[in-house]
Design a protein. Structure first.
Length: 281
C-alpha cells in the first residue's frame, strides 16, 4: 500500500498506520481505501483480535485532503464497493453520491468492524479525522493532543459522519461545532469521547498495553460485547440521525461549491479553517 502501513504485532494485535506525515495524514481517496483494505485484511485474520489505528509523524489526522481533486472519481470507480453510483452526475446528486461512498459508508463499515479498533492519538485531529475516531471503540490520547471540527466556519454543519453528539453529548457537541475551537484531550476525556489521556512520551506504550490486555480475552466475547453496545446505539436511532445529518452536510457542501468556494477562501485566509495544516513544513 502507498499511504497506509500494516504491521503485525505480537499477542493478537496489529497496527494500521496512516503514513502521510508530510500532509499531516490528510485523508484522500487512496488513503480511505487503503485503510479499508487493511481492516478487511485484519478482519479475515483469525489471529487478530485488536487493531491499533495510528498516524505517522506529529499529528494523527488533518482531515479530508483539501488538495484532492473533487472531480477525480477514478479511485471510486476502481474500487466499486458502494451502491451510490453516479459520482459524475451534475449538482448535488454527484456530491451526495461521492461523499456517501467515500466517507459515510466507509466510516459506518469501520464502526462495525468485527474486531476491536483502538486509536492512538497525538498532535492534532481535525475535521474528517474526527470521523476516524468516531469509528473506533477506544481512544487513547497524548496529553498535548488537540481536536477540532471547523466545518461550520465554511458554512457546513459538520463532517459527513457526524458522530459528535453520540460521542460527547449534545451540548458539548454543539460547543465543539459552533465554536470550531480546539478542544484538549482532557476536555474530551471529561466529555466521554477519549478513554484515556497519558503523557506524550508514554502514548505508544500505553496504547499497546491496553490493546494487549483486551486481546488476551476470547475473540467471540470481544466481538459480541462490541456488537451489543453498538446495537444499543442503533436502537436509540444512531443510523437514522447520522443519515439525516449527512444529508444536511451535503446541502452545506453543495452551497459552498455553488458559491465558487469563496467562503472556504475567506475562512482559510482569516485563519478559521485548517487547510494550512496539510501543507508540508
Amino acid at each position: 500500500m502507498e499511504l497506509v502501513t500494516y504491521t503485525p504485532v505480537e499477542d493478537h494485535v496489529v497496527r494500521v498506520e496512516m503514513n502521510r506525515p508530510d500532509k499531516r495524514n490528510a485523508q484522500n481517496a487512496v488513503m480511505t481505501y487503503e485503510i479499508d483494505a487493511a481492516l478487511r485484511r485484519a478482519a479475515a485474520d483469525d489471529d487478530v483480535k485488536v487493531v491499533l489505528l495510528s498516524g505517522a509523524g506529529d499529528h494523527f489526522n488533518a482531515g479530508h485532503d483539501q488538495k484532492q481533486d473533487p472531480t477525480d472519481h477514478s479511485e471510486l470507480y476502481a474500487h466499486n464497493v458502494g451502491m451510490w453510483f453516479g459520482y459524475d452526475a451534475e449538482g448535488v446528486e454527484g456530491q451526495m453520491a461521492r461523499n456517501r461512498e467515500l466517507y459515510f459508508d466507509t466510516t459506518w463499515r469501520w464502526r462495525n468492524f468485527p474486531k476491536i479498533l483502538v486509536a492512538q492519538v497525538q498532535g492534532k485531529t481535525i475535521g474528517g479525522g474526527m470521523m476516524l475516531l468516531s469509528a473506533c471503540d477506544l481512544i487513547v490520547a497524548a496529553e498535548s493532543a488537540l481536536f477540532a471540527d471547523p466545518t461550520v466556519n465554511i458554512g457546513i454543519p459538520g463532517v459527513e459522519y457526524v458522530g459528535h453528539p453520540w460521542d460527547m453529548g449534545a451540548r458539548r457537541a454543539k460547543e465543539f461545532l459552533l465554536t470550531g475551537d480546539f478542544f484538549t484531550a482532557r476536555d474530551l476525556h471529561i466529555a466521554g469521547f477519549v478513554n484515556r489521556v497519558v503523557p506524550d512520551a508514554e502514548l505508544a506504550g500505553a496504547t499497546l498495553a491496553l490493546a494487549r490486555r483486551i486481546a488476551a480475552k476470547p475473540a467471540l466475547g470481544l466481538k459480541l460485547a462490541k456488537d451489543s453496545i453498538n446495537r444499543m446505539q442503533e436502537t436509540q436511532g444512531l443510523h437514522a440521525h447520522l443519515s439525516a445529518a449527512f444529508a444536511l452536510t451535503t446541502i452545506g457542501q453543495y452551497d459552498l461549491v455553488a458559491r465558487g468556494g469563496l467562503a472556504r477562501k475567506q475562512a482559510t485566509d482569516g485563519g478559521l479553517f485548517t487547510a494550512s495544516m496539510q501543507e508540508p513544513t
